[in-house]
Design a protein around this ligand. Structure first.
Ligand SMILES: Cc1ncc(COP(=O)(O)O)c(C=O)c1O
Length: 442
């Protein structure tokens, strides 16, 4: 595999026009790639790993994409899911620091911390979460109970269960302002619960009685800051703060809502570990959420919690002890730079024609964490097709797969495009988008 990649890299790199600032990097890249292909059998895995690390380190320091991509116009590009593989590049750079070893005898018991409301919460994970929130300043943890879940998807369900008053004649409505995260209706109605049901766009909700409103801020799909919109008596709120991290939005104050959901998936990108956590003010609600997880999965993987704790500690260290990171940028600086660059590329491409439009820049704010003043940078592009009715179908003709706006409670004129995929895929997407736009401009 390595050999083929290396061989195919050599001619590709020569064909492309090269900016002077990249020459040094490319010489190193070509040299390394060609050495790998020629002498492959004399290199052992560790040496190859070290060289990959050096090249990635060089790329990260110079701020260039990890490969030179030329779009063939045919390769399927799937940006439907918010799979956060963009972060692989960073974790590759610090892979040694984040490596953990779990001996066979460790973590066998179901129980982690029997004195805690959430008895399956690993103390190491709780410490790492608390530390990270303190470092970033995006949420208050003092006086809150931490409930760990198998992704924040499980915590969403646990929160619905915990908030719903039992014994009502009808299921309680769960609403969120459109465009809302497309999984909320699916998860809410999946089991056709007698306790709750999806009630749609919070703006259109006009019933009396108890309801649950999900406030997703910054929002998926458009990255905007959100507030509750129903504001009636009998309302209960769940704040989904999956994207309240400084690569996506300015941190303006520590959040202190009654129920706040966070996920490792969108913070560090380790979606495969399936870890989320809730910060819950009320002990009785935290106990009910814990009960839900106890009954559904008898707790949450300890291995994953320990891994997530390590990742979080490395993030905190990368900001607090920059000197010991070999010149590698702190995690949130690196990811903020990547996101900013991607959005510049996308806006530039879209501005070349009138086929598509993107929402205007939201207002900027001072980020208390980074000291930068910037406008929210969404993890997804919420793009409108200006000349066709069904935007997702239009993209499909070009082998680009994106999510139809109707899943978010709005119209099919819109699509959601993930901005979090691997550099090669994003680069290919931008190239194809530009060629579509050009073909309609002439
Ligand atoms: C707003 C929001 N909440 C929750 C989730 C689910 O996160 P997890 O992977 O922790 O289940 C996502 C994933 O895309 C999301 O966008």
């Amino acid at each position: 595999m390595k050999r083929n990649n290396a061989q195919s890299n050599c001619p590709n790199l020569q064909k492309k026009p090269i900016g002077s600032s990249m020459k040094h990097f490319i010489v190193l890249s070509v040299a390394v790639s060609c050495m790998l292909s020629l002498n492959q059998f004399s290199w052992n895995i560790e040496q190859m790993y070290e060289i990959n690390r050096m090249v990635s380190l060089k790329e990260a320091k110079m701020g260039v994409a990890s490969s030179q991509v030329v779009d063939d116009g045919k390769t399927p590009i799937n940006l439907d899911h918010g799979d956060p593989t963009m972060y692989e590049e960073y974790w590759h750079l610090v892979s040694e620091k984040t490596t953990i070893v779990i001996p066979g005898n460790q973590g066998i018991s179901y129980f982690s911390d029997v004195g805690n409301v959430c008895w399956f919460l690993e103390p190491q994970f709780a410490r790492a979460v608390t530390r990270l929130h303190e470092v970033v300043g995006n949420a208050i943890t003092e006086g809150y109970h931490i409930v760990v879940g198998t992704g924040s998807s499980q915590l969403y369900q646990a929160a619905l269960y915990a908030l719903t008053p039992h014994g009502l004649l009808e299921p309680i409505d769960v609403v969120s302002e459109a465009p809302f995260y497309s999984s909320y209706p699916l998860i809410t109605d999946f089991l056709e619960s007698g306790l709750y049901r999806w009630g749609g766009d919070a703006y259109k909700y006009d019933k009396d009685g108890p309801y649950i409103e999900i406030v997703t801020t910054p929002n998926n799909p458009d990255g905007l800051t959100r507030w509750p919109v129903v504001n009636r008596s009998g309302g209960m709120l769940i704040y989904d703060l999956a994207y309240y991290w400084p690569q996506y939005t300015p941190i303006t104050s520590p959040a202190n809502h009654d129920i706040m959901l966070f996920t490792v998936s969108k913070c560090s990108g380790h979606a495969g570990s399936r870890i989320g956590w809730a910060l819950v003010k009320d002990e009785a609600i935290a106990r009910k959420m814990t009960k839900y997880i106890e009954i559904s999965t008898i707790g949450v993987s300890k291995d994953s919690q320990i891994r997530a704790a390590k990742v979080f500690d490395v993030i905190s260290d990368s900001h607090e002890h920059k000197g010991s990171f070999d010149g590698i940028s702190p995690f949130f600086d690196h990811s903020y730079d990547q996101m900013t660059r991607r959005w510049q590329q996308l806006r530039e491409a879209v501005s070349n024609g009138t086929l598509f439009s993107l929402p205007d820049f939201p207002p900027s704010a001072l980020c208390t964490f980074s000291g930068r003043t910037f406008a929210p940078i969404s993890a997804f592009a919420w793009l409108k097709c200006e000349r066709v009715e069904h935007c997702a179908n239009f993209f499909k003709q070009y082998n680009i797969y994106v999510r139809d706006g109707s899943f978010f409670g709005t119209s099919s004129n819109f699509v959601r495009i993930s901005m979090l995929d691997r550099p090669e895929k994003f680069e290919m997407f931008i190239q194809r988008l530009m060629s579509i736009i050009n073909s309609f401009s002439t």
